[in-house]
Design a protein around this ligand. Sequence first.
Ligand code: ADP
Ligand code: MG
Length: 695
Amino acid sequence: MTKVPELFGSMVFGDKAMRERLPKSTYKALKKTIENGEPLDESVANVVANAMKDWAVEMGATHYTHWFQPMTGVTAEKHDSFIQPNGDGVIMEFSGKELIKGEPDASSFPSGGIRATFEARGYTTWDPTSPAFVRDGSLYIPTAFCSYTGEVLDKKTPLLRSMERLSAEAVRMLHLLGETDVTRVATTVGPEQEYFLIDKDLYEQRVDLKLCGRTLFGAKAPKGQELEDHYFGSIKTRVAEYMRDLDEELWKLGILAKTKHNEVAPSQHELAPIFSTSNIATDHNELTMEVMQKVAERHNLVCLLHEKPFKGVNGSGKHNNWSISTNTGDNLLSPGKNPETNTRFLLFLAAVVSAVDEYQDLLRITVASAGNDHRLGANEAPPAIISMYLGDDLDALVHSIINGEDYHSHKAARMQTGVDVLADFKKDKSDRNRTSPFAFTGNKFEFRALGSSLNIACPNYMLNTMVAEELSKFYEELKDAENLDEALKALIRKALTEHQRIIFNGDNYSEEWVAEAEKRGLLNLKSLPEALSHFMDEKNIALFEKHNIISRDEMRARYEIDLETYCKQLNIEALTMADMATKDILPSVSAYIRELTDTALAKKALSESLSVKFELDLINSLTEKQEKFAQLTDELAEETAKAAAIEDNLEKAFAYRNNVFAKMEELRELGDSMEAKTAADFLPYPTYTDLLFGV
Ligand code: ADP
Ligand code: MG
């Protein structure tokens, strides 16, 4: 294996390649665009394009593609070769214009009714802040995607806008505090990615996994995760080889893959990168998910990114570690040694607390999906109620501020191991709280409610925008203050007092919390339709319009797309279930009943005195279940047809949730109980034992 430092970023047109291959003036102009957001001249783009192409061709590329993130939930790419006719041959060419702008036919991408299909034109625009890279023989150029008339049709544009807005608001605030050397502020993200790995041959035999990414039937295996022996357990050779291969592929693409380990559920794992700016973290996370799936194929494995592939064991999420740091190298969410006198930290903390409280609905909405509906609210992921955990130390500080009392820090203690050969070390100031959806973890917040397959652009643009808004309001209150120190203290106290209901340090899984949260007036939006009902609230529209992130119409489009996607996914699941029930489960139960009948008859033929009680009891019980199962299958088809016929997307989504999904649950329960009673040879699909313990 090539040494990691040489391997790292070898397929990326990053700073090193740019410095080596661009004339100094071009390099400088491009750097200004990347670092300060200054517009790029076309003549500069021409030089960059040519150098990029030469580099890409050397790396084996024959094509280039504008790579973008439409509202489908997956990335999109269309490849063009570099060839240009030249005499009776070709040369490889790539212009600045081709680098900057692409025109994919946008008619088949979801637009939520923003455009009619005859207005098919869409544009992709190069995002120079995220480096281009070579993969599978193509030069990938990260781009933003909008319609001919300028409406935003992707996830990247609002994210980039939100980063600029937060930067502008934070810089203005820091200047007011006297920190005039700061000129830019960036949001940083480190997404921890959970996933399942299962054997490909088994996967191929499960139509539900192939069409829906999750099992729709499947009786519990005798063993689940109860022994807690998988979490951080020794990694099996086949999985370790996969992880090693994956790390190498990610490193080549300049992705800072850092941590890997087994997760709680059998066959479940996690990969965490070192954090980067939100924009790059988003592109890298999208790439990571794609590479994870591709590398799995090479190992005859399948990587499942669905939020809940298996009932009865944990599902998969993605922890979005988020912070803000200045171009002078300071993390604005770092409390330092003396948080009680660190006004800057307290001010930014107050802004985040206010934002999470005021826009708890948006945070809940942004993680809503058909897949995540299986996790949020169930006893494994954070609950559907958004609250914040600050840890004992910070919580005590916040309360002393609210109550105007003195604060006594629990100075970080030393951990005495009591064993001579083990070094003593400094303890963290507070323990962790695994149940909180939004937890302070030392110098960053960890938003834990994301589903594993989610594009992290959405939660991050919402988070950035809502914090920008709080900073903007704070600035208005502070800018004309006669005594800034006094005004700051009063503002921090007021904000924390007004929004303290969002802070909760206890067990988020407990019944008491649900009741307590309701008393506090916190929202408990249990499913996607319930959450989405709040998206178009005037306060949310005002937020995004004020900061020029997305317009009312673009929000409406996103709202319709999210509801439509949810309905389509549930529709596919319901149809797949009915299909499995009719074509596989019912016939297999019949075959087994037939086998039992044959056995009973054979026994009787052999000797009238032989007991056939076992066969008869089972035949009776299975027949009864089978009849009910067939009836439920018909009912599911009826409910699905009824839901599909509803025009209004919200009403339709509720019908899928309340009627179709409820019926699916009933059908599954019965199907699973038949599976538990059927002989292995008659089962139409690999079982949970095969799937979860098959690698
Ligand atoms: P955990 O113990 O929570 O599982 P991990 O090491 O798996 O921790 O993940 C923590 C993540 O937080 C990493 O991706 C790390 O790079 C990221 N992180 C650390 N500091 C910051 C920061 N300032 N901003 C954003 N993310 C950060
Ligand atoms: Mg982790």
